[in-house]
Design a protein around this ligand. Structure first.
Ligand SMILES: [Zn+2]
Length: 228
């Protein structure tokens, strides 16, 4: 890990303004700060001003600073009472205005932080959203301008696979492929199709399905509808 997690939680007296509702998060929303402040300064500014605007975490090249617990909402998506503001964890990546090495280090730290957060909730990268998805705002502006949205998700995926222990399996497949890593002949066609369609990750075809994997698959099929 190349960053230190720092807790700078806002006082509960600010909950009414900046973290108004309890939240059971469903997504992670990525932002660029569009300035050159450090994560600590970004959070300090958010905490002392009188705007509702808020987010959960700011990340730079050294720190991941959390200001709002993931059990409260924050106002960072510009979608009113929509799922961005009410159901997503807001992560600000610092130094995006001028870019440069410090920005790229911050973005890489955000990759790692996001992977850990996804792992914590048992989620896949489909839970990653951009600010733009919710309100159309040009954010994360630097990642959009430099064409790195897919790359960010792919880098999180690599890290997440590592954390979940699924990366090693695919890397070592050639030498010591366990028999159980091959689908049965009667299932092969369906299995290959499902892997190609991203419904399963292509590993462990004969392993039992857990309830959490089942609901993730429902999500991937579009059958796990948002509760309105
Ligand atoms: Zn944003």
């Amino acid at each position: 890990m190349t960053y230190t997690v720092v807790n700078k939680f806002i006082p509960q007296s600010l909950y009414k303004l900046k973290a108004s509702y309890g939240m059971s998060p469903q997504y992670i929303t990525i932002h660029n700060t569009a300035n050159d402040a450090t994560a600590l300064n970004e959070i300090a500014y958010m905490t002392r001003n009188n705007n509702a605007t808020s987010y959960h975490v700011a990340i730079d090249d050294k720190h991941a600073v959390q200001a709002i617990p993931f059990s409260r909402n924050a106002w960072h998506c510009g979608d009113g009472q929509g799922s961005g503001n009410r159901k997503s964890i807001g992560i600000e990546i610092c130094y995006s205005k001028s870019g440069g090495l410090k920005y790229y280090a911050a973005e890489e730290n955000a990759v790692e932080y996001t992977a850990h957060a996804l792992k914590q909730y048992g989620w896949g990268i489909e839970r990653i959203k951009w600010h733009r998805d919710w309100s159309g705002k040009n954010c994360p502006h630097r990642m959009i301008a430099e064409g790195r949205l897919d790359s960010f998700k792919n880098r999180v995926k690599v890290k997440l696979d590592e954390l979940n222990g699924t990366a090693k399996l695919s890397a070592s497949r050639k030498e010591d492929e366990p028999v159980s890593n091959k689908p049965s002949s009667w299932a092969k066609e369906s299995w290959d199709k499902a892997a190609k369609n991203g419904i399963v990750d292509g590993t462990g075809p004969t392993s039992p399905l857990t309830r959490e994997q089942f609901v993730v698959i429902l999500d991937r099929l579009g059958l796990n509808k948002e509760v309105k």
